[in-house]
Design a protein around this ligand. Sequence first.
Ligand SMILES: Nc1nc2c(ncn2[C@@H]2O[C@H](COP(=O)(O)OP(=O)(O)OP(=O)(O)O)[C@@H](O)[C@H]2O)c(=O)[nH]1
Ligand SMILES: [Mg+2]
Length: 369
Amino acid sequence: MITETFIANNPKDAYNDALDTYGSTITLISAKQVESTQSESSHFEVTVGIHDEIYEAKALSILLKEAKEEDKHEEQVLLSEVDKLKEELALMKKKMTCAQRQSVLDKVKELFRQKGISDTWLEPICEILYAKSMMETSILEDDTLLISYILAEMDATLKIKEESLNESKIIMIVGPTGVGKTTTIAKLAARYTYMMDKSYKVGFINLDNYKIGAFDQLGHFAEVMDIKHLPIDNVQDFIEGLKVLTDYDVLFIDTTGMSPYDTQRFIRTVEFVQSDMDKKLEVNLVLPATIKYEDMHDIYNNFSFLNLNSVIISKFDETKYLGTLLNFMLLYKIPMSYFSIGQEVPDDLIVASKEYLLERFIDDLSHSS
Ligand SMILES: Nc1nc2c(ncn2[C@@H]2O[C@H](COP(=O)(O)OP(=O)(O)OP(=O)(O)O)[C@@H](O)[C@H]2O)c(=O)[nH]1
Ligand SMILES: [Mg+2]
């Protein structure tokens, strides 16, 4: 038997305390009043005897309770640490995704830049995408997806002037020297005369009569294709000539190659453009695919005085690098009507198409990625 003393203000409370702790099997051994000191009031000490097995069972239950409470506390500490760890992991993942996206974006932007696409066009597209994809898409996590996205944006930006021949018209071809104006007219004339569903009645007006002693290139094509050809050098004759050719479906006007800085020639050509005509006039600028961006810019801006309707891109076959041309078309959004892809008349001419231009550009891109 084990003894234990319980203390209370009266013996009954001390004994009840012993009963509550060990149950009714305890044996009362002694009860005494302990005299008070100055600081404490008097109290009673009740000593009881407890059977060994009951004492041990009680001690064990106390130990278990304490252990359980300690476990509970440890579990809570552990759970809060796991939560903290989860937050840190989420933050790390977010940082990693941002860094990964930024690196894909930088890499793809650099690729397009190297191929001639300027930041002026590229940056706004990528900024919108970056802001959007932070929330939803995963385009920025994959080079190929991002390249496809940019190509689709290019496709949406480029402009094509549809070929339409449902009314009779005058097509004037202008541009710098040697870009392929006369050859393009010959190709178009053959196309409209022999290569469409219907044969159109085509005539030529040649304003390019300045090259003294030069071979009459347009006259030669006219002869070969049996097309009416009027060489003209003043506005009065031009107006008369239009009257003579009034029942023609399409009249092509060939012009002298002009330096974009030759103001006198421009003034002279504007006089023709502004004369009275009984047909709709479409002015097409021939722009070679092979020239520098700055030259495209100057040529387009200076020739714009002639109220351009569209551009014909020539010499596609002379370059593999179409980034500069593409960049120019993306920034200026000029409608493109035809592409000249070689010297052969009439075969080397195609109706302008975004797919053709982008496919050629993709070829170039894929050789460097
Ligand atoms: N490789 C290539 N050569 C072309 C193309 N278009 C025209 N040419 C050639 O470029 C040269 C000049 O062509 P033209 O048609 O005479 O050019 P133009 O603009 O009329 O020249 P000017 O009247 O002298 O201003 C010729 O040798 C053409 O065969 C093309 O798309 N590709
Ligand atoms: Mg010519």
